[in-house]
Each structure stands twice: as structure tokens, then as C-alpha cells.
Design a protein around this ligand. Sequence first.
Ligand SMILES: Cc1cc2nc3c(=O)[nH]c(=O)nc-3n(C[C@H](O)[C@H](O)[C@H](O)COP(=O)(O)OP(=O)(O)OC[C@H]3O[C@@H](n4cnc5c(N)ncnc54)[C@H](O)[C@@H]3O)c2cc1C
Length: 441
Amino acid sequence: MRGRLDGGWRLDDGDEARAAMRETVVVVGGGAAGLMAAGRAAEMGAPVLLLEKLDRVGRKLQISGKGRCNVTHSGGVPELIANFASGGRFLYSSVSAFDNQALVQFLADLGVATKVERGGRVFPASDDAGRVVQALLGYCRRNGVAVRCRAPVGGLLVEAGRIAGASLLSGERVPAGALVVTTGGLSYPGTGSTGDGYRLAEAVGHTVVPPVPSLVPLVVEEGWARDLQGLTLRNVRVRSQADGRVLGEEFGEMLFTHFGVSGPIILTLSREIARHLAAGGGPVRLRLDLKPALSPAQLDERLQRDFARSSRRRFRHALDELLPRSLAQVIVARSGIDAELPLHQVTRPARLGIGETIKDLGLTVTRTMPAALAIVTAGGVTTSEIDPRTMESKLIKGLYFAGEVVDYDARTGGYNLQAAFSTGRSAGEAAAARVRGADKG
Ligand SMILES: Cc1cc2nc3c(=O)[nH]c(=O)nc-3n(C[C@H](O)[C@H](O)[C@H](O)COP(=O)(O)OP(=O)(O)OC[C@H]3O[C@@H](n4cnc5c(N)ncnc54)[C@H](O)[C@@H]3O)c2cc1C
């Protein structure tokens, strides 16, 4: 029977095929969640057909972590959960059932050794995301998953409150006894995630929390920021503020780009900023503390020492030891002090003003970059309509959701892929149990 999966069964096939298709798990989307769901369902003995709309699976996985694939984070389950901006509680069951240690062991069993890097980020030891894709594809193939590429799904077939299959954009109808939607979010559409899952879910009655870009670079007004493009700042603190309140505050690494700012802490802050702007909120200010380890008084002492040591030096070089050269030039230019003034002539109020700028350098966010350039999409199929243990729809029997199509999102650090793998695993297991009769409801 499995041999026929590649071609897909049709509703007008004979009785034998109809009986077989009721035992088939169809997985829609061959990303992290879909490959895991398909492989696991097949490993549990179910016939599985994976439908992928592009010409190959795992395109986003392939580019994740700048091609190195930050597969998970090394913290414990509570820490993993705490790093989700939304959906954390919902994920508790699936992440506990298949946590980061289980994932690392799973990958090791597939021949992909991993290593833990700074900040607890876990990567393949080979630094090659392609190895992860190949391992997952091998897992699917070894367990008999039929993978069908260039097979975009356009609709779900539901009969009497139960999933019956999927219809392809070509018009072909593919029957299923259980179906897992793992179509991803809306970001990086070239990797295949174009929001199809939201439309598929809504068309069968599910509620979709409006998607917004999350983990997305920010466009800023100030020209000097663009002049700093390529500059990375480590160990800085950034606070985002709007309408008189603090939206967020992060410590770590950021980056200047040709349009504004990016890097880990900016991406993390971007989620609240995107929501604020999408809701029509007022202008957002970023306030950069370039020397968070120093109090204002300590910073002033440091400036006094530097100025006294080279008192004949020109003011233009005043901050060369304290800050990266290009950034030092920006602060010098913004100070209003004559760049040619010898340091011993810089007044105390002027020096204190420089300290204030270093501790509180402002940027104005005009907008986020588009959702297409976000690392993840927040929003998606609402978690209140999904069973967190099985990922099964509470509205339609035999329909499952896993991965980014579900309304969860986390900061950078491997959490998003862990969630895709954990939810994919839960969905694959439950879908297999359903078609094998262990969980007929
Ligand atoms: C540049 C970048 C880097 C990232 N790096 C990391 C990282 O290092 N660590 C981390 O944890 N997270 C990272 N993420 C986020 C992470 O990659 C995603 O959250 C994760 O891949 C989501 O997995 P998924 O299986 O839900 O969706 P996807 O991986 O997006 O897969 C969805 C699949 O469904 C297919 N599909 C869509 N619609 C249809 C349809 N109608 N019919 C059939 N198939 C369809 C798509 O073609 C695609 O193959 C990164 C994201 C980006 C964009």
C-alpha cells in the first residue's frame, strides 16, 4: 500500500484504497515541525504522506542560525518555557514530553552531534544546518514516509466534524485519516512559509490570532545610525519606550544596519514594538546605554582619567579608547563641542553631557522591517482551540497543528526550533495513534 502514497489516493479510488487512506497520516508542510511529525508518525507504524509545496523540504531550516541551525537551548524546561513571549504555558506538555535533551539525543542517534555555545545555544557540531535537514529527511525515509514535493495544499476536507483529507491547488484530493498542518508562519516567504496554514485553519472554522512580525529588525529615523552600518555593539543595554511607558529592556548584542538596527536584543525588543505600532501606538524611542556596567559617576571618573592622561589631545579623539571609533565620532559630533579643542579645555558640564549621551543615546523607530524579513511570526492558530498534549484541533477530529502556524513565539536562542520539534513530535504521535485505532474518539 505504501508504494501508492507518492501518487496520492483519490476519493474515487476503489474500496481497498479508501480503507487504506483512512489509515494514512497526511502532513502538510516539510519544515522542522512537519519532518518531525511525519517521521515520528511513520516510526509509530502509520502510513504517512508528506506534502510539501516547494521543490524540496527544509528550506527554512537550511538557512536557520545563519546556516548553522541553532536547534535548541541548553536550559531546563522552565527556562525554555520562560523565553516564549506567547504560548509558553500551552507548550509545556509537548516540550516536557520531548525536551532539549531528548532532541539532542534524537539528533545524535541520527548521526548529528551537537555542541553548546555562548548563552546556551545548541548547534550541530559541524556548524552545518544541511546536516540537520538531511538527518530529518533520512529519519522520514527510513520509516517509510512518502515525501511529495511541489504539492501545495489549498484546502482541508472535513466530513461530519472529522478530517477527511486535503485538496491540492491542482484540484487533486488527497484523503487522510489524520492530517497535521505544519505550514509555518509568514516570514521569509522564499522558504515556503506564506501564511497558507492560517487560511487553511480559518476556512474550517479555527480562530487565527492576527499574525505580526516578531524578531524583526527596526527602521530608525536618525541618519547617523545608518552611517554606523556594520558596527556590532556587545554588552549594551537598550530600553524601548513609547507613550510614556517602557515596552521592554534588554542587555546584550546589537547591530547597526543600512536601514537602522538589528541583532539579538533588538530582535527581542521588536516583538512588543511591532505590536505597539500595529495597534496604532505613538512613536517608539530606543535608549541605548553604551556603558551599562558603569554608573554615571564611574563613567565620569573614567572620562576624567582619560582626559587627564592625554590633556593635549584634540577632543575628536576623546572617546577613542572608550568606544568603537565610528561610534565615538558620532558622540563627538553630537556633543556640540569643537572637535579641535584640546581635552584640558573641555569644561566639566560639557564632560558630564558626554557621559549622559553615552548612558542614554536615543534613536527613533519609524517602523519594523516587513513580516517577510522577520525571523518568526507571532500570532497564528489560537492555542485555546488545540489540545496541548496531542496538538489535535478541539473543533475537528483528526486535524492537528504544529510549529510556527500555532500562536506561539519565542526570543532567539533555539527556542522556536525546539517548539517546532516538540509540537511536531506530539502531533505525529497522536496522529499515528488515531489512524492506528488506538485513539478513535
Ligand atoms: C533566517 C531565519 C533564521 C532562523 N534561525 C533560527 C535558529 O537558529 N533557531 C531557532 O530556534 N529558530 C530559528 N528561526 C525560526 C525557525 O526557523 C522557525 O520558527 C521554524 O523553522 C518553524 O518551523 P515550521 O516547521 O513550523 O515552519 P517552516 O520551517 O517554515 O516550514 C513550513 C513548510 O511548510 C511548507 N508549506 C507552506 N504552505 C504549504 C502548503 N500550502 N502546502 C504544502 N506545504 C506548504 C513550506 O514550504 C515549508 O517547507 C529562524 C528563522 C529565520 C527566518
